[in-house]
Design a protein around this ligand. Structure first.
Ligand code: NAP
Length: 242
């Protein structure tokens, strides 16, 4: 049985991806940053659907924790780099600490985890690596300059690695969500005026659901996705091209 490791799969998009890949037949490593409560919920849903899951916890803004996770994760066939930190602050007021927390979680940890899983993928004759980016790579929010830059950096790294890993049968792609209704934006979207402004900016006229991202991830991880690499694909109802 192949193994898929999805960072930030205790909730939101990562959880939907974990559930979908479990249905596709992968053993799942569920990951969260802090308490195990939400991760246990994801594990339970997977097991109720007949899947197999285990849990690993690590705060990816702390690179010592990332390194321990990388050393203990074992043989992984599919790596989904989904966890991220997103702070909203006017650019003049961003602290050095907040800057490094976002960069460590959203970019540096992605590199460290890719470094740890690629040797096994090479020995297995292939693998799948997917970074989760953001529509902000194309349309940065003025008060999220570090977040959007970290996602753009991650995608640039994805493109370089896709070329270097293609000869080993390892595909590397980026899935860039638009506005997907999760814990991350539920509070902001509870303001009707803000919600209208947001939906007005989406050509399809509504927010996406985590499952909308999971469908694309499933395709990229399948045999049907074997010839797709180096791509950044937006799941955003058309927002990114407006
Ligand atoms: P979410 O609901 O806020 O969930 C975040 C996940 O990341 C949780 O599993 C959380 O673990 C984990 N996480 C948070 N901080 C972490 C840290 N320091 N170390 C390790 N894990 C951490 O997020 P989401 O909305 O599903 O977003 C998933 C991905 O899609 C992110 O990369 C985000 O940037 C991207 N994205 C989302 C949207 C959107 O509209 N939702 C739009 C564009 C891009 P805990 O449960 O333990 O806190």
């Amino acid at each position: 049985m192949k193994t898929a490791f999805i960072t930030g799969s205790s909730r939101g998009i990562g959880r939907a991806v974990a559930i979908r890949l479990a249905k596709d037949g992968y053993r799942i490593i569920v990951h969260g940053a802090g308490t195990t409560e939400k991760a246990l919920e994801t594990k339970k849903i997977i097991e109720e659907n007949g899947g197999i899951a285990e849990i690993m916890i690590a705060d990816l803004s702390d690179l010592e924790q990332t390194k321990k996770l990388a050393a203990s994760v074992g043989n992984v066939d599919v790596l989904i780099l989904n966890a991220s930190i997103q702070y909203k602050t006017p650019w003049q007021e961003i602290s050095e600490r907040a800057c490094y927390e976002q960069l460590n979680c959203n970019f540096v940890s992605s590199l460290l985890l890719i470094q740890s899983v690629v040797p096994y993928m090479k020995s297995a004759g292939g693998g799948r690596i997917i970074t989760i980016g953001s529509v902000q790579e194309r349309k940065p929010h003025p008060d999220m300059v570090v977040y959007s830059a970290s996602k753009a950096a991650q995608t640039n790294m994805m493109q370089s690695l896709s070329l270097q890993l293609a000869p080993f049968g390892i595909t590397v792609n980026n899935v860039a969500p638009g506005v997907i209704y999760t814990d991350r934006n539920k509070e902001a979207l509870s303001d009707p005026a803000y919600a209208k402004k947001v939906t007005d900016s989406i050509p399809m006229g509504y927010y996406g659901e985590p499952e909308d991202c999971a469908g694309l991830v499933s395709l990229l991880c399948s045999e049907g996705g074997r010839y797709i690499t180096g791509q950044s694909i937006f799941v955003d109802g058309g927002k990114g091209i407006q």
